[in-house]
Design a protein around this ligand. Structure first.
Ligand code: FEO
Length: 403
């Protein structure tokens, strides 16, 4: 890849990571992910904003593009670490060795993290909220935006060019041939929509209150471009991604989309038997239903749909007096990501003894879900169970429609 020019003296240097690994060791990236860093060359000083992890050739790609910009040893004055997570800092120790005179600028909370992760203490300086870094004819300003998506996170802003370097915020999964929003093909646009929603739900959702605070803070700036560390650069319509993130963050406490996510798992087909009736009941009120089978579907995709949906339907049998383990795992993921306050119903079978419902009830209370009801039965569902499942799903869909 070659550097992409954002403005005179401002470049994206980026790497496309493939789909062989999991992001954060948990989330599938079937379409890969971008790791973006940025160069800002002033008339006197040069800064590199964020690094990469040595992952699928990313560190090599970064070095090659810095060479294209003639930025060898002694030619980068500052490295800005907006966020310490290793996808943006994994190559730090090697980079510091190659650029020993460079000063590292970061938030106060990042200083001990740099020490503990990379054993680096020299030439590390904490910057303050609102502090400016003069580069000659260009100025970079720092804004503390904690918990997007670690407590030490900050954003950097190029004052003269009005470019916001937002790191994880406003990012997306996916690899893109083109750098800018106005260059995307129709296919890339489709990819971007799905992979922005999934990235948000997987990586950022539990920090949504901080996202809203961060948007309030930097939203007051004149922004010509949003340049995140994953995904594309928003040049022609930067407000699109800011507004989009605001909507995604608002899903935590609502309002949400008038949709239902039906996530189910079945041992012998007795729980699965009700799925078509529940889908039919929900759809009879015109509410779209996302149907996801566990464990065939990775939790990444469940979280994406659950995050946006007002309604959740959980199909889960009892297993050894408790919730079926693959579904227990899904509920744990929903809890970690703060998928709170939804309307919810459950259906499921048990063999010689129940038990899942008791554990589920405690979970529902802790998540402040509005429990619409349960259809639970021994063995295979009978006609009454089938009718109840249809009617309960229909009533839930109706209440979502009319809310
Ligand atoms: Fe892209 Fe929170 O790291």
């Amino acid at each position: 890849m070659k550097p992409d020019k954002l403005a005179d003296g401002v470049y994206r240097v980026s790497a496309k990571v493939g789909n062989r690994d999991l992001f954060e060791g948990i989330w599938p990236i079937p379409e890969g992910v971008m790791l973006n860093s940025y160069v800002m060359k002033g008339s006197e000083k040069t800064v590199l904003i964020d690094l990469v992890k040595d992952w699928d050739g990313a560190a090599e790609a970064l070095d090659g593009q810095l060479s294209d910009l003639r930025l060898g040893e002694g030619e980068i004055d500052y490295l800005v670490i907006n966020h310490m997570e290793p996808d943006h800092t994994g190559s730090l120790a090697a980079f510091v060795k190659a650029h020993p005179k460079m000063e590292i600028l970061c938030s106060e909370k990042a200083v001990p993290l740099i020490k503990h992760f990379y054993k680096i203490e020299k030439q590390v300086r904490a910057v303050k909220d609102g502090e400016k870094l003069e580069l000659g004819d260009k100025t970079l300003q720092f804004f503390m935006t904690p918990n997007i998506h670690w407590p030490e996170t900050m954003m950097s802003y190029a004052i003269e060019d009005q470019i916001l370097f937002s790191c994880d915020a406003f990012g997306s999964f996916g690899r893109y041939e083109h750098c800018f929003d106005d260059e995307l093909s129709e296919e890339e646009e489709v990819l971007l929509v799905g992979e922005t929603e999934r990235y948000y739900a997987n990586i950022v959702s539990s920090f949504s209150s901080f996202v809203l605070r961060g948007i309030d803070k930097v939203g007051a700036l004149p922004i010509a471009m949003v340049a995140p560390s994953h995904g594309i650069v928003w040049r022609s319509n930067p407000m699109r991604i800011i507004t989009w993130y605001k909507t995604l963050a608002t899903y935590m406490n609502g309002p949400r989309e008038k949709e239902i996510t039906l996530v189910w798992s079945s041992m012998y087909g007795n729980t699965a038997a009700l799925v078509p009736y529940i889908v039919a009941g929900s759809e009879s009120e015109g509410i779209p239903v996302h149907v996801l089978e566990i464990p065939k579907t990775h939790e990444s995709f469940v979280l994406e749909k659950a995050w946006r949906s007002e309604g959740l339907i959980i199909g889960m049998p009892t297993y050894e007096y408790k919730m079926f383990p693959p579904m227990y795992h899904i509920l744990d993921i929903l809890e970690r990501s703060h998928v709170v306050g939804r309307k919810a119903m459950r259906f499921g079978s048990f063999g010689w003894s129940g038990g899942a419902q008791k554990q589920y009830d405690a979970f529902v209370a802790s998540m402040k879900w509005d429990a619409v009801g349960v259809v639970e039965y021994q063995g295979y569902p009978d006609e009454e169970d089938t009718r109840s499942a249809y009617e309960m799903a229909k009533a839930m869909a109706k209440s979502i429609k009319n809310a």
